[in-house]
Design a protein around this ligand. Structure first.
Ligand SMILES: O=C(O)CCC(=O)C(=O)O
Length: 270
């Protein structure tokens, strides 16, 4: 796709997201990228099942903190298409809140409808969070594709009822879906005999919200040292409007109005 074609696709997607609360973009990963990430996720999920550290909810396997589980996952957080959309919704200073996988297994039960920003007191007039769903398998009504209530973001509050019609989020493997943090949604039921539905949920938030994963405590040092400047910023290593300081405002900013940016030229902590 040309740059202007891609810009138009991003503008169109943002317009749909604004109207519907959810949008699907096909073919963001090519076949090779998709296979590498999907295989890696299956490998990590299997090893967590074998070593007894796997975490299940509603019959689905969650794999947390993917940043520590392979470079392919780290590279997703600032994928140019996903990040352009995230910044279009949450602004240029958006943070990554967490990146996890949810593997919807046959025999699961439906997840309760929820929104992704319901720890913030309603009413909500804007999205404060955004989920970018990397569809590693096709999402269908049969395999546990996420269910959601179109336009529920305009309610600006958590689900008022479970007794409401939902629609399935459908899309081909390799695409992404964006879910506005106010949209009522939940994992669907996987009715297949044996095939799981794998999705990676890259969850972003406004820069003044607490991030879900406390990467400052959980990120392995070798992962942190390999992050690009933008990846460090996304994870909250920079100062933003005087938040996230380390021992106060950097001394070399004294006498200036500067209150945002990396802590030093390399982004390393002092
Ligand atoms: O697995 C899904 O389809 C949805 C997961 C979800 O809603 C969530 O993690 O908040």
């Amino acid at each position: 796709m040309t740059v202007s074609g891609q810009d138009r696709a991003i503008d169109d997607a943002l317009a749909t997201l604004h109207e519907e609360g959810c949008v699907v973009l096909p073919d963001v990963l090519d076949h090779g990228e998709l296979r590498e990430i999907a295989d890696r996720l299956s490998g990590v999920a299997e090893s967590e099942r074998k070593d007894g550290t796997a975490w299940f909810s509603n019959g689905n396997q969650r794999v947390f903190n993917l940043l520590n589980r392979g470079q392919g996952f780290v590279d997703l957080i600032d994928h140019p298409v996903a990040l352009a959309l995230v910044k279009g919704v949450l602004g240029a200073d958006a943070l990554l809140s967490s990146i996890t996988a949810n593997i919807a297994q046959p025999g699961n039960v439906p997840q309760l409808l929820h929104t992704d920003q319901q720890y913030v007191q309603a009413p909500w007039f804007h999205p404060l969070t955004l989920n970018v769903v990397w569809m590693l398998d096709e999402f269908t009504p049969e395999n546990g594709g996420t269910r959601y209530v179109p336009r529920s973001h305009v309610v600006g509050a958590p689900p008022l009822t479970e007794e409401i019609a939902t629609v399935p989020l459908v899309g081909r493997a390799g695409g992404i879906a964006l879910i506005d943090g106010r949209v009522w949604h939940g994992t669907g039921v996987n009715r297949l005999a044996c095939e799981a539905r794998r999705g990676i949920f890259a969850y972003y938030c406004a820069p003044y919200l607490r991030q879900q994963e406390n990467v400052h405590r959980s990120l392995r040092e070798e992962v942190r040292s390999g992050l690009s400047a933008e990846q460090q910023r996304l994870l909250g290593y920079d100062v933003w409007q005087g938040l996230g300081v380390v021992d106060g405002i950097p001394r070399h900013w004294m006498g200036t109005n500067r209150r945002s940016g990396p802590l030093d030229a390399t982004g390393d902590l002092p």
